[in-house]
Design a protein around this ligand. Sequence first.
Ligand SMILES: Nc1ncnc2c1ncn2[C@@H]1O[C@H](COP(=O)(O)OP(=O)(O)O)[C@@H](O)[C@H]1O
Ligand SMILES: [Mg+2]
Length: 220
Amino acid sequence: MLTLDNVCYTYRTKAQTIEALRGVSAEFEVGQFYALVGPSGSGKTTLLSLLAGLDVPASGEIRWNGSATATMDLDRFRFDHVSVIYQNFNLFAHLTALENAAYPLYLRGISKKEAEAKAADKLKQVGISEDKLHRLPSHLSGGEQQRVAIARALVSDTELILADEPTGNLDSKNGMRIVELLSELAHRENRCVIVVTHDPTVAGKADNTLLMEDGKLRND
Ligand SMILES: Nc1ncnc2c1ncn2[C@@H]1O[C@H](COP(=O)(O)OP(=O)(O)O)[C@@H](O)[C@H]1O
Ligand SMILES: [Mg+2]
């Protein structure tokens, strides 16, 4: 469903040109949980950004169900198909856990009541207890904030779920719980889940591990 065909991407600054992706080809399917591993600077975040539709390749192609992202309205693509879980959570500080998780549904014009009912359901699924629904992120632990960020990614039912080091700030128990959740999402809800991680235990849970090195993928 998501196909990368010889994808290249270059950052140009005044001082230099950095070839961050140098011919990446891969296929990602729904129902699968992928880990993307590799040394720092190897291009993992850049690849995730292109998959998220934040930009298009300099050359080569990313196709979503056969259509190249370069020919799409990228805002629309992201809105319809992609949820991203960021390493630093990116929760809205002035919104409660419930409002944060419901936010993508507010954007989709769903009534507040319906949005919050669905969000509460997802928050329960990720293990946020009811007494915490109305807390601001600053009154939640790091692990709880991360789970709220995951609930927010689940609530809009997008097929593609991308996460950049989602367990980076968590202890191993909470980290494992998040990984199990992401893996369940892929398998039970038939999403395509792609996680950047440097944690071998996370990668060990994935159906497929892709190794990125120097802007290229080594599949094994
Ligand atoms: N905004 C940017 N401007 C210039 N160079 C960048 C930018 N973002 C990343 N790079 C460079 O692109 C390469 C790949 O970076 P990145 O995708 O962040 O790797 P990773 O996530 O694997 O650490 C690195 O050499 C990095 O320095
Ligand atoms: Mg990175």
